[in-house]
Design a binder for this molecule. Structure first.
Ligand code: NDP
Ligand code: MG
Ligand code: MG
Length: 332
């Protein structure tokens, strides 16, 4: 079972006594920089001079310097730029300024797990990853609450890396909700698997296949959209609140019976065998290497897939229908 840590397990004064650099000011970066500052830490934000995020950070009262200056000043350096560019930012702006006893922090383990970043042996290497988008992390902090986080230590050069990571997590409000100890390997592999097999990849493919099956059989796309996409939210909300049990309690007995007899015909042993292959390709680095190569090549296939789905009847139908439902928050 997982080890959990709360407010009393973490000493905020550790992070308050350090100089923190938050590199990047996006979804996670803004939440970390603002909440750590409000928790009494000495924070500077590292951004390129031409960065679009710069003005926002300055307006929030943060001191913004270049990533290299931030790394040189600080002794805790949190890297919150997009994963595919972290290795370049690390090599150019951070590595030259690392001193013995510094701490390198991450919000996701990918670059350490697959060796794209190889820190020197005399620095602590930690992860603090809130289990929620940055805007929720910040909002909960402002309301005096916290989003749970997972914390890991890859390299403990000082002997105090875990206490430092817990202190950082407390500065984000995470110990109010609970912090779970993990490893870079577990976080990275489960995160990639979850988003590919279930959350993003699996769900998107399931919705599309269901929608296409109904439309190809002659049903109206608008009706198919409601049945295969729109109503998914109601089901997921029930599962989120009370697991499969609450979902099955809420739907009709007919729907529940269909769930039992048809679900296993859709997600079959063959699907699970494929999931195992997907997991193996995550574990052996195939996925990460392919993705970084695609990114470096300028995202040719990524853009092709994106375009194909933008033009899918599911999406064009959905756009039209959502504009009729004022309560659906479609920011597009
Ligand atoms: P975003 O894409 O939201 O933000 C990236 C930030 O990095 C922007 O401020 C961008 O500034 C800046 N940036 C881009 N290039 C550089 C550069 N060369 N030097 C300095 N700054 C740069 O990232 P996320 O917050 O989504 O992700 C950051 C990390 O957090 C990742 O490791 C991710 O896996 C992890 N994470 C993200 C979660 C989320 O909710 N999004 C959840 C948990 C973990 P600009 O473009 O203005 O120049
Ligand atoms: Mg992820
Ligand atoms: Mg129905």
């Amino acid at each position: 079972m997982a080890e959990l840590f709360y407010e009393d397990d973490a000493d905020l004064s550790i992070i308050q006594g350090r100089k923190v650099a938050v590199i990047g000011y996006g979804s996670q970066g803004h939440a970390h920089a603002l909440s750590l500052r409000d928790s009494g830490a000495d924070v500077r934000v590292g951004l390129k001079p031409e960065s679009k995020s710069r003005q926002k950070a300055e307006e929030a009262g943060l001191r913004v310097v270049t990533p290299a200056e931030a790394a040189a000043e600080a002794d805790v350096i949190m890297i919150l730029v997009p994963d595919p560019i972290q290795a370049d930012v690390y090599a150019q702006d951070i590595a030259p300024h690392l001193k013995a006893g510094d701490a390198l922090f991450f919000g996701h383990g990918l670059n350490i797990r697959y060796g794209f970043i190889k820190p020197p042996a005399d620095v602590d290497v930690c992860m603090v990853a809130p289990k929620g988008p940055g805007h929720l992390v910040r909002r909960q902090y402002e309301e005096g609450r916290g989003v749970p986080a997972i914390v890991a230590v890859e390299q403990d050069a000082t002997g105090n890396a875990f206490a430092l990571a817990l202190s950082y997590a407390k500065g984000l409000g995470a110990t109010k909700a609970g912090v779970i100890k993990t490893t870079f390997t577990e976080e990275t592999e489960t995160d990639l698997f979850g988003e590919q097999a279930v959350l993003c990849g699996g769900t998107a493919a399931l919705v599309k296949a269901g929608f296409e099956t109904l439309v190809e059989a002659g049903y109206q796309p608008e009706i198919a959209y409601f049945e295969c996409l729109h109503e998914l939210k109601l089901i997921v909300d029930l599962m989120y609140e009370g697991g499969l049990e609450k979902m099955r309690w809420s739907v009709s007995e007919t729907a529940e019976w269909g769930d039992y007899v048809t679900g296993p015909r859709i997600i079959t042993d063959a699907t699970k065998a494929e999931m195992k292959k997907v997991l193996e390709e995550i574990q052996d680095g195939t996925f990460a290497n392919t993705w970084i190569a695609e990114y470096k090549a300028g995202l040719p296939k990524y853009n092709e897939y994106k375009k194909a789905d933008e033009d899918h009847l599911l999406e064009t139908t959905g756009k039209k229908l959502r504009s009729l439902m004022s309560w659906v928050n479609d920011k597009a």
